[in-house]
Every structure is written in C-alpha cells, then in structure tokens.
Design a binder for this molecule. Structure first.
Ligand SMILES: Cc1ncc(C[n+]2csc(CCOP(=O)(O)OP(=O)(O)O)c2C)c(N)n1
Ligand SMILES: [Mg+2]
Length: 673
C-alpha cells in the first residue's frame, strides 16, 4: 500500500479536484492520514482495472446529483472518498452523521431492512446519492450479500437491520463472516438508551449475542461517537485478519443533534496487527525450505484475503514446490498451474491429501489446520516439520505445533521469503539450493494416477457433469458462489479456478442459504461479471426469496439448482455410515413425481427466467440460454441423480491415509509410495 501515490486514492478526479483533495490530505495529522489511506486502500484487481473505471468515476463524481437507475448506480459503484475531509463541524442528527460517515468511507451499497429502531437512519439514507440501499427480503440475505460483495471485491461489505429480530437474523452471516475472515460491517438499530435492559419492544442484547462471532462490536448511545465508531469499525473489519464488526446504535443517538466533522480521530491503542514478519523467522523458514526434500505449500484463504496471489506465484515459480489450495483458497494459484495439486481435506484430491501426508515440510500460509483438512489430527502429516505463517497469532500452533511460527501479512511474508531464498541461493558458500525434482515427479504421478472423476448414470444426470459444463461454458472470469453440501464440493472440484475471488463459499461455518444472497452481493460489487449461484435444492429453499430483491433491483445472477431431491450430503453419510436408513433427508423436489416446490414455476413467480434440464443433452442448451439472458435472473432446475456421491472422501475422524477414491476403493500405491 505504501508505494501507491496518494493521487491514486482519488480515481477519476479532475486535476484541480485532485489538487484540492491532496491539499486537504496534507492538512491531516500523520495518524489521520494513515487511517484515511488504510480505509481507502484499493484491492489489486481494482487497481488493475482502474483505467476502465475512470469514465464511470467521472460521471458519478459530477457535482449535480442525477437520478439514476439502481443498475446505473451499481455500474458506477467503486470505492472512492466521496466526501473530502470536513474539518469544520456541521450540525446534524446522529442518523445524518451515520450516512455521512458511510459516504466518507466510500460505501456504495448497503443491504438491509428498516424497522422501528433503525428508522431514523433510513430517512437521510434516502437522500444519499452515493450510498445505494438494497432492500432485501430477510436480514440473513443482507448479511450474506455483504459477505458476497466483500469476497468478490475485497472491500468492506455493509448490512443494516433494526433491533431485536432484525439484528438476531444477522447472527448467522456474522458467524459465517467470522469463520471465513470476511470484512463486513453490520449496523443495527437499538432501542433508546434509557430503555436498554427493560425488555423493551424489540430489544435484544445484540452486542452480547454477537460477542463470540464478531471481530469487534460496539454499542453507541452518544450521537457524537458515530463517525469515530464507524471509521474504527471499517478499519478493524478490513485490517489485520479481516472479520465482521457490529455497530449497534440506540434510537435516541440516531435522533439526537450532534456535530459532524471528518475524518474523526481513531483511538485504538490495543489494536495494532503485526503485518511485518520477523526477519529471523523468515531466514529460519528459508533454511528449512532449503533443507527439505518433500516440501508442500499448504495455502489457505488468508492468501486470498491478503491479496498475496501474485507474490505466491513468484514463490512457486522460484522454488518449484508443489502446492495445495484449501477450500477457501481455490484460485489462489491457477488450477492449470502444473504444481497445483488441488484441494486437500475430506473431499480433496488424492494427490493433495497424499502430498501433505508424506511431506517432510509444510509451508503453511494463511491456513489453519482445520479438521476438515487434517482429518485425525494426531496422524496428519506425521513426518512433516511445520512453517506456519498467519496474520492472526492465535492461529499459530492452535492445532498443530509450528516449528517456525511467523506472524505477518501473507503478502509480506511471501515477498520476504522470496527475497531470503533468492539471497541464500546467490550465496554459493551457503549451499542452500534444494532439488525437489524427485518429489515433484512423485506428486505428479499421484495426480495422473488418481485424477478426479465421476460415474455417469444411465437413469439420470450426473451432477458433476452439470457443474463441469457450467464452468467450461462460463469460463474463468465468471464468479461461482456455492451453497453447502455435495454440490459445493463438486463445484470446488470440477470448476477450474484461475483467479482469486472467482470462488465464493461458506467454508468454516458451512451455512446453507449462503449462495443466492452472496451471489447477489458479488454481482452488485462486480456488475460486469457473470455470477453463478451453484446451489442445492435444500439450500436454495432457505434464502431463495432474495430472487425478489434481484429482480426488483436489476441484479441478474444465474442460479443452478443441483436438484437431487435430497439433503444430499447428509444422505451420503446415511448411505455410508447409517445403513442406508434415510431419516429425514428426502425433500420431494423431483424424484417421486412431485416437485415441491416446482423451481421453474417459482422462478417464474419471482419474474426470473426458469429453465429445467433432466438429461445430458439438455445441459449445454440451458447454460447457453442462461448466459445469453442478462435482463433478469435465471434459475435452472438441474434434476440430477440422487445417488451420486462426493469422492474422494476421508471418512470423518480417521487418518487421511484412509482416503477412498470411490466407495470401498482405496488408492493402490506403488512400493515407493
Ligand atoms: C443452516 C444449516 N443447516 C443444516 C446444515 C447441515 N447440512 C449440511 S449439507 C446439508 C444438505 C444440503 O442439501 P442441499 O442443499 O440439497 O445440497 P446437496 O448436499 O444435496 O448438494 C445439510 C442439511 C447446514 N450445513 N447448514
Ligand atoms: Mg440436494
């Protein structure tokens, strides 16, 4: 961030406007300036496309407020400081201070639903020309939409709800964002400060409720604190290990009169995330890497959050060490890269799982030894030393003891590692040049011997085929947002991810219902991309009401329902571990001549285009039709075989050595393996 010129924080500004803005910036104290630059830091991909955004920026920054359609506003939505610093205090209400703060923070979209306690905020929101409010149908949808927006763009996603049930409906997405390190800010109305603690109408202690599932949370009862708290909330959500921050504001604070000036002074003495890795640890890591014979780069979602993928590529090209990308890191290195062994874990590739098991050094970056990756922890990668780099010191040695712990930002860690390894190699006397060619050949061999595959069914459509074709016909520039279940695993396995943030899913929490609203948020954040929600028939029934939001607000996502008429992942476990006793997993969405509901009719009722495919020969045609329609959302009901299962699989709680690549079929190894 430090190397970007300050002018780049004002994309599209005319020269005179830029001069004024830079002058204003120079008046700020060092601390405020740092905060301002932090808050307005643009993600890499936006930087790369900034020239194409320039035209839109010029239009949206015009002094005359213009009435524009929601789609127009979405087109223009890019991070920018829409309010230059206003050091002269103005008289406003707390609600106005809230909206001004959002504007000053460059927020272009808020997903939410109004209600009594938050109502004062909705009034000035109506007048904002730079903040678009999208009225969702359920607060859970608002939270996941904020997550999808954040995941696709790298910027902070924002959602808003009223007190009590409005706020508690946000708990699931907050927990989801917490597990997956997603930068979102949730703003909730609270009952008036004098009524707090009286069981007032729609009172809930949302601060208490969300304490364990937020990175930080606030209760604000003084209007004067609103700008500072908002600035802090955005700063906390987006720096260090990103995560959700909740700001609960009492109704009287929203209604009170206060003064507004920007930027506020942030006061966070206890919050100083360490981003610079310790050079001694980096040197030690470089030495272990040079001494290793079977190293594996174990890459987690933190690398994507830290926008460290280009740096990662340099490290991989320099060291030629095989690499695995966890469920949260799919796309961190292109799937087509010859050293990418794919996803490790319960449904990972045989090559990725086996490489970790047989490794002598795990170079772990932004990953957290999740139980779905390690299987039985005591038998995970038994012969491996561990380098563990993470921005969150609490992750290091949490599950697996690290031999070389490194606290730092993934991009800085990787960059420093590249430098250290290069320097060591240049120093002939150190003799620190490792040759991993034999190890690479072994991992390649596993990849070739045990590729991902699936069975076709004579009496039904293979779900994996459907997902594979969606990926092939839509390409790597599309964004794919999964629900939770079998379809999620197939989408992680059978779509080729070639860029970061192309794959969005609920990894840590496994939240059914994530897909449709998160896809909506991703599409709002990046309106030019094709966005697919790849959902299950079970998950879809949890949040499909956001299709109404999509239709009304011109957010043309595409939804592929992988309809196996079942809670398929649970059914798979019943097949394998409960003697095929299918207790409460039949959804009756297709297989017994009943379609409850009929997804095509449901799509139609919402004003979407509804399509259905039941055979292989239908598949390409409906996908192409969906890709051609951009004036409304499209929902495709893919009726698939209900007995398809996700393979490979490491049964829960056993060693990863017990991986099966099909039912009852363990990989057969060569002697040397
Ligand atoms: C909110 C929530 N409730 C329950 C579960 C447990 N669960 C995990 S996968 C799954 C089945 C999902 O069914 P569907 O959406 O049809 O996907 P499929 O596995 O059939 O592809 C269930 C019930 C969950 N992950 N989330
Ligand atoms: Mg299903």
């Amino acid at each position: 961030m430090g190397s970007w010129p300050e002018s780049s924080y004002f994309p599209g500004a005319s020269e005179p406007a830029l001069d004024v803005a830079l002058d204003a910036l120079s008046l700020l104290s060092q601390e405020d300036r740092r905060v301002f630059l932090w808050i307005h830091a643009l993600p890499d991909q936006d930087r790369a496309t900034s020239s194409s955004n320039r035209e839109r920026e010029t239009v949206s920054d015009s002094a005359t407020p213009v009435k524009a359609s929601p789609a127009d506003i979405a087109q223009r939505a890019r991070p920018r400081p829409s309010v230059t610093p206003t050091p002269t205090p103005e008289q406003v209400t707390g609600a106005q201070a809230l909206v001004r703060s959002l504007e000053a923070l460059g927020v272009d979209t808020v997903f939410g639903i109004p209600g009594g306690a938050i109502l004062p905020a909705y009034d000035p929101l109506m007048d904002s020309v730079s903040v678009r409010h999208i009225l969702v149908r359920h607060e859970q949808g608002a939270g996941h939409a904020a997550e999808g927006y954040a995941a696709a763009t790298g910027r902070v996603g924002v959602c808003m709800a009223t007190s009590g049930p409005g706020a508690t409906n946000l708990v699931t997405p907050l927990a989801d964002a917490y597990m997956d390190s997603m930068p979102i800010v949730a703003i909730t109305g609270q009952v008036s400060s004098k009524a707090i603690g009286t069981d007032a109408f729609q009172e809930a202690d949302i601060r208490g409720i969300t304490l364990p599932v937020t990175k930080h949370n606030y209760l604000v009862t003084d209007a004067a604190q609103i700008p500072r708290v908002l600035a802090e909330a955005f700063h906390i959500a987006s720096t260090g290990r990103p995560g959700p921050v909740l700001v609960d504001i009492s109704k009287d604070a929203l209604q009170a009169t206060t003064t507004f000036s920007w930027p506020p002074r942030i006061d966070l003495p206890g919050y100083r995330p360490v981003t610079r890795p310790h050079s001694k640890q980096i040197r030690e890591a470089a030495r272990l890497i040079a001494a290793a014979r079977r190293p594996v780069l174990y890459i987690g979602g933190g690398v994507i959050r830290a926008r460290a993928c280009e740096a990662l590529r340099r490290l991989v090209d320099l060291t030629e060490i095989p690499l695995v990308t966890t469920l949260m890191a799919r796309g961190a290195l292109p799937d087509t890269h010859p050293l990418n062994l794919g996803m490790p874990g319960m449904h990972g590739t045989v090559a990725a799982v086996t490489a970790l098991q047989k490794s002598d050094l795990l170079i772990t970056i932004g990953a957290r030894f999740d139980d779905r990756v390690t299987g039985q922890l005591s038998t995970f990668a038994p012969g491996a030393k561990v380098i563990h780099a993470d921005i969150d010191p609490a992750e290091i040695s949490k599950n697996r003891t690290a031999d070389v712990p490194i606290v730092g930002d993934a991009k800085e860690v990787i960059t420093d590692l590249v430098e250290a390894i290069t320097a060591d190699r240049a120093d002939e006397r150190a003799g620190l040049r490792a040759d991993y060619s034999e190890w690479r050949a072994r991992t390649k061999g596993w990849q070739e011997t045990f590729p991902l595959g699936y069975a076709s069914h004579e009496d039904g459509l293979a779900p994996q085929y459907v997902i594979e074709r969606i990926g092939q016909l839509s390409g790597p520039e599309a964004t794919y947002v999964a629900g939770v279940g079998q379809h999620q695993m197939w989408a992680a396995q059978f779509i080729r991810y070639e860029r970061p943030n192309a794959w969005l899913n609920s990894g840590g929490a496994g939240t059914m219902g994530y897909s449709v609203p998160a896809a909506m948020g991703a599409k709002v954040g990046q309106p030019d991309r094709v966005v697919w929600a790849i959902d299950g028939d079970g998950c879809f029934q949890m949040t499909n009401q956001e299709l109404a939001t999509c239709v009304i607000n011109e957010i043309p996502i595409k939804v592929a329902i992988i309809n196996n008429s079942s809670l398929g992942m649970v059914r798979q476990w019943q097949t394998l571990f409960y003697n095929e006793r299918y207790s409460n997993t039949d959804l009756h969405t297709s297989h017994d001549q009943r379609r409850i509901p009929d997804f095509v009719k449901l799509a139609d009722a919402y004003g979407c285009l509804g399509l259905r495919a039941e055979t292989e020969s239908d598949v390409d045609a409906v996908i192409r039709q969906a890709l051609d329609v951009n004036d409304r959302p499209v929902v495709i009901d893919f009726v698939v075989h209900r007995d398809a299962m996700v393979w490979p699989m490491v049964p829960s709680g056993v060693s990863n050595d017990m991986i099966l690549n099909a039912r009852g079929e363990a990989p057969v190894w060569d002697c040397e393996d």
